[in-house]
Design a protein around this ligand. Structure first.
Ligand SMILES: *Cc1c(COP(=O)(O)O)cnc(C)c1O
Length: 404
């Protein structure tokens, strides 16, 4: 075994916004014999995870599961629906939106990138204006990131849908939910999304290695004419065999055991309770940041993420030096600032397998770390978070009261 932790005792706090902490139940489910992926048992599990994922996406349509990181599912969304030279509209919400744009350009698509300040979500009014001015319908797709993991800002997907509808434009809507699915309410069918992209290692509480596309009928029809080259990512072969619970190539069998267990956990808690829990922890985290006298990167309270909070470091202090102190002293990983935010922000993940005391431990580590790293701050962040938690009872508590 590779020595993974230099700290001899206690759990590592993996408080980056993905991968998130994997529950013991999920780890135990993964720790099982690998079975024949063409044998009778496999089909039962395959069908169960595919139908479970439909409930998570809130879709009656098709869902495909790839043995790949989220990046693979980004590529699948583009290559299955578009042709070389097609124009797409994307929004600069942060690092992940930039990476998706870069991929689109590498694949031979022409991207119109709506500029952003990395502190706001995609602007529906700008989407509407651009689509209304595109009388020739050159834009084939609008692509947005639901929860921009680099910034802790949420884009209102429903408002983007309404903007597309108001413009009367036929472009497909594609949404990256890699860090929101299973943590923030999301409705593929109701919001009229054509392709939703997601991954396993964030709200779904699994290790990295699985990713997903949820596909509308309109996207499926577009795939008939889409001219981008594809083979591994092609939806067709997947969809032909998935109804029986099988896959066209060797799936990540043990991760699917984990997915099966993670879905059980989410449904046991109830999706609405899961979302409420995340909102509550986001609120308490922001109460702590405010009490410390630090600034949350997200500018619009309506767009606060309940998955993570990006915190701006005071001028003259390195967020990376601070994170290093926290890791060395408390065995906790915090998220780093990505690309242009490098060294300027740190990100607190409060997603997935997480509860009130995990939050208090996380915030206590940060507050002690601020002191040790000599960052100017005011004491009382953890207190403020506890007060925020006390104001709203946890869904767990409500359940316990009901049962008593
Ligand atoms: C994590 C993440 C990605 C990248 O996913 P990988 O699994 O690292 O390929 C893309 N988009 C968002 C919003 C993410 O949070």
């Amino acid at each position: 075994m590779i020595p993974l932790q230099s700290h001899p005792s206690g759990r590592h706090f993996l408080q980056i916004p993905g991968p998130s902490n994997v529950p013991d139940r999920v780890l135990r489910a993964i720790d099982n014999v690998t079975i024949d992926h063409r044998g009778p048992e496999f089909g039962v599990m395959g069908k169960a995870v595919l139908s479970g994922m439909k409930k998570i996406f809130k879709t009656e349509g098709d869902v495909v599961i790839y043995p790949a990181s989220g990046t693979g599912a980004w590529e699948a969304a583009l290559v299955n629906t578009l042709s070389p030279g097609d124009e797409v509209l994307m929004a600069e919400t942060g690092h992940f939106a930039m990476l998706w744009k870069k991929m689109a350009e590498r694949l031979g698509l022409k991207v119109t990138f709506m500029d952003g300040d990395w502190r706001h979500g995609a602007d529906p009014a700008q989407v509407q204006t651009l689509l209304e001015s595109d009388q020739a319908h050159r834009y084939k797709a609008v692509c947005v990131v639901h929860n921009e993991t680099a910034t802790g800002v949420v884009t209102d997907v429903q408002a983007i849908r309404q903007a597309i509808d108001a413009s009367g434009h036929p472009a497909l809507l594609m949404v990256d939910t890699i860090s929101s699915l299973g943590s923030i309410d999301y409705r593929h069918d109701e919001w009229g999304v054509d392709v939703t992209v997601s991954g396993s290692q964030k709200g779904l509480m699994l290790p990295p290695g699985l990713s997903f596309n949820a596909i509308s009928a309109k996207a499926l029809a577009a795939s008939d004419k889409a001219g981008l080259r594809r083979s591994y990512w092609d939806w067709k072969e997947m969809l032909a065999i998935n109804p029986s619970g099988y896959f066209p190539y060797t799936p990540a069998t043990n991760l699917l055991y984990g997915l099966h267990e993670a879905l059980e956990m989410l449904f046991e808690e109830g999706l609405d309770n899961v979302f409420a829990r995340h909102r509550r922890h986001g609120e308490a985290t922001r109460a702590a940041v405010q009490a410390w006298g630090l600034e949350v990167l997200c500018r619009d309270p309506a767009q606060y993420s309940s998955v993570l909070t990006a915190v701006i470091m005071p001028e003259g202090h390195s967020a990376d030096a601070f994170r290093k102190t926290v890791l060395q002293h408390f065995n906790m990983s915090l998220g780093q600032g990505l690309s242009k935010l490098s060294g300027k922000v740190f990100r607190i993940g409060h997603l997935g397998y997480f509860n009130d005391l995990t939050l208090c431990g996380t915030l206590a580590g940060i507050e002690m770390g601020l002191e040790l790293a000599g960052v100017p701050y005011q004491k009382g962040g953890v207190q403020a978070a506890m007060a925020s938690l006390a104001q709203s009872s946890s869904p767990f508590e409500q359940k316990a009261v009901k049962a008593a």
